[in-house]
Design a protein around this ligand. Structure first.
Ligand SMILES: [Zn+2]
Length: 377
């Protein structure tokens, strides 16, 4: 009897050794699972059965009011227009137009090839701010860029965040030295799409409670939690709100739901106070998609003030998620960029009237040079 026991045990031990070895080999070949898996690798497949499905084409022709395009290769532009047609995008607004000769080249590559499918914005070069006459010179450059064909001005987030003047001081969005530029945009009747600030979570401690923990792990240089290096979120926001207040005759398109997508009541207050301010959905769709009731009520109330925008062409399937969130009442479906949203989407089910405004009517109202014949009357 004891002999049998021993041999059974040794067979068991030998068996478990093989099992361990096989598991190790398997683990090397397959993505980590079980206890070894990291949160980044976790991609649960929903078992929920509810009606609905992907929407690959927008219900109405739309303007992407927040796009970036640096490619000038004709084949690339042709391919892009094909993809625009497939998803019902009538007009792509390229915010990365640049200035001077670069702007002219961007205009030629896009508008030159497809005159009514592209709108190109100019950018301001802030280097040299602090030199006497900088504002006048920058305003004159904007006039020249408008004359070359630019139909908007895009301000990047360097303003109020990283941009320094010739004395090494941070330049705030409401710096009076920039006033001639804002006034020139107002005079030309072109909108200023401005991206100042970032998600407030970038200023929060980078810990297990941070809503953008994954993004900050992937891009640690997006952390803003060092008060010696960055103005606070509140300070940064209030500087751009002052700018809007100081220039009531200029139209500002406050990008990314003004970084108040997680506090739509606060965004509503801002829009109530400042009739020259509009906003758009670039890269913040997940904010609406996680609050379908509050989000739909916001879009209903501010239907004249919100524009469609995505911010990056890739991934193209991201557009489909926009259509699905805005148009349907689908429940619990995937977002397209995990680092932005650790949660699922829900459709807002916007009415045709609201959809038309967000997709194109508001853009037609504030962005000059869009061909109205591309859209329903
Ligand atoms: Zn952008």
């Amino acid at each position: 009897m004891p002999v049998t026991h021993r041999s059974n045990a040794s067979i068991r031990i030998a068996g478990s050794r093989w099992f361990v070895l096989a598991s190790l080999l398997l683990a090397a070949a397959l993505p980590a699972a079980g206890q070894e898996m990291t949160v980044e690798a976790y991609e649960p497949r929903s078992t929920l059965k509810v009606p609905g499905g992907p929407v690959t084409r927008a219900k109405f022709p739309f303007v992407d009011a927040h796009g970036h395009l640096r490619a000038r290769d004709p084949a690339r532009i042709d391919q892009m227009v094909k993809e625009m047609d497939e998803m019902n995008m009538a007009v792509f607004v390229n915010l990365s137009g640049g200035s001077g000769e670069g702007l002219k080249a961007n205009l030629a590559a896009t508008k030159g090839r497809y005159p009514n499918r592209f709108v190109v914005y100019a950018n301001v070069d802030f280097s040299g701010i602090g030199e006497p006459g900088w504002g006048k010179k920058a305003a004159a450059q904007l006039q020249a860029d408008y004359d070359a064909g630019a139909r908007g001005l895009k301000i990047y987030k360097n303003l109020s965040m990283f941009q320094t003047d010739i004395h090494g001081e941070r330049v705030a969005a409401d710096d009076p030295r920039i006033a001639p530029v804002w006034d020139k945009a107002g005079e030309l009747g072109i909108p200023v799409l401005i991206h100042v600030g970032e998600p407030s979570a970038f200023w929060d401690p980078w810990d297990e409670h941070n809503e953008r923990w994954l993004e900050l792990k992937m891009f640690p240089n997006r952390r803003r939690d060092d008060p010696k290096r960055f103005a606070s979120f509140e300070q940064t926001m209030s500087e751009q709100h002052n700018l809007f207040r100081n220039h009531p005759d200029t139209i500002f398109l406050n990008a990314h739901l003004g970084w108040f997508g997680n506090d739509l009541a606060r965004l509503g207050k801002l829009l109530d106070e400042l009739p020259n301010v509009y906003t758009e959905l670039g890269a913040v769709l997940a904010e609406l998609g996680r609050q379908p009731i509050t989000g739909a009520a916001f879009m209903e109330k501010y239907q004249d003030r919100v524009l469609m925008g995505k911010d990056s062409w890739e991934p193209i399937e991201g557009y489909h998620v926009y259509f699905r969130v805005l148009e349907t009442r689908d429940e619990y479906f995937d977002y397209y960029r995990k680092r932005h949203a650790h949660w699922k989407m829900y459709g807002l089910g916007l009415s045709d009237e609201v959809l038309e405004k967000v997709y194109f009517r508001n853009a037609l109202k504030i962005i000059p040079g869009i061909d109205p014949s591309l859209f329903p009357e």
